[in-house]
Design a binder for this molecule. Sequence first.
Ligand code: URA
Length: 434
Amino acid sequence: MNFVSLIETKRDGGRLTSDQIHWLISEYAADRIPDYQMSSMLMAVFKEGLDPDELSAWTDAMLHSGDILDFSHIAAPKIDKHSTGGVGDKVSIPLAPIVTACGIAVPMMSGRGLGHTGGTLDKLETIPGFRTELDPSEFSSILETHGMVLAGQSETLVPADRRIYALRDVSGTVPSIPLISSSIMSKKLAEGLDGLVLDVKVGSGAFMKDLERARELAKTMVEIGRNHGTTVTALITDMSQPLGREVGNASEIRESVEMIQGGGPPDLVELVYRIGSEMLVLGGVAADLDDGRARMASVVTSGAAFDKFKDVVSAQGGDVAVLNDPSLLASASRLHVIEANRSGVIIEADALGIGVGAMRLGAGRETKDDAIDPGVGTTVHVNIGDEVAPGAILATLRYNDDTNLADAIALTEGAFVVAEGPARIPPLVYEEVR
Ligand code: URA
């Protein structure tokens, strides 16, 4: 086959056959196609899209580029959750131990943050000693013993996505529905799951900025799951303002521990319960969503969820002392407070501005090789719809290095709009797609 003619076919709006797609993905994964040709193909896909048969072949080719895990020896239903990424989105951290304590198995493979979106692995690694790189046998044995494991994607799982995602990131081809859906679903299908709940974020801090695109992404992923025999439920949830109060890494672990112990901000708590009850219903552990919520509340109240979290952290080498006393987690040495300069109602607390501001403080990476500072970040004290008086604290920036402080302050200040109101308060969950 000739790669240039495949690029030309796609560029001109033509269709690629399943054989052509399998060939191009496997050749690129094997390093026999240069990045400049593959990025041209990705741009053609970005512009022209993939029809359902092409998308199915593309996902299948990615899925079979590496190992497919098999946890059929574990009796509990294997259910995972995946978010398309956002600001302050620490849902996976309290969610996994709570639903595991209710009786499902959660083989969770997470990612790192890039740009303004945070990553579960970076947050977990602020727990001293915690290892997120596990080989497949250790991953499987922790899952078998504890019913849950929190790790990064192994080298051998969907290696084609590892290469293609890195190329998309530097070629302007990330926000494409076929490329996002095949990337996420190939990894999730390779986990050998019985069911999956997707949290598709919409709003300024998400890849999908409007509801129509988010709905299309959700439907596409649910359909891919159906075609591969895995039940997928997608919730479209708000990312126009950050989730919870904390945006950072160690601070998001603190907020997660608070939630696992029965506290935490109402939006985070509600989303964890909503996604978790969907997972319990998918796994057949709860009769309906209300039953799921009741089961989750009971393991939070009894302390079983917190014990589960500590067991898994310990099994993965982490120091549970910081969970018993979260003040021991990394923190920042300096603070800058942002105040309201008038009275009124918060009509915007823009997730993108707050997320990029926190990244400039060192909470995120601008490039893949940047190191993050675990203790820095932003605490958001208000939500859209809150009334404020002049001088009310809107956000606190926590930092160690003031190189980019002015920029972070400007971004965060610019994220808040205080006006007469009334505010349009976004729903936490817009809709569900099954
Ligand atoms: N997350 C992924 O794993 N892939 C994408 O393309 C976007 C978000």
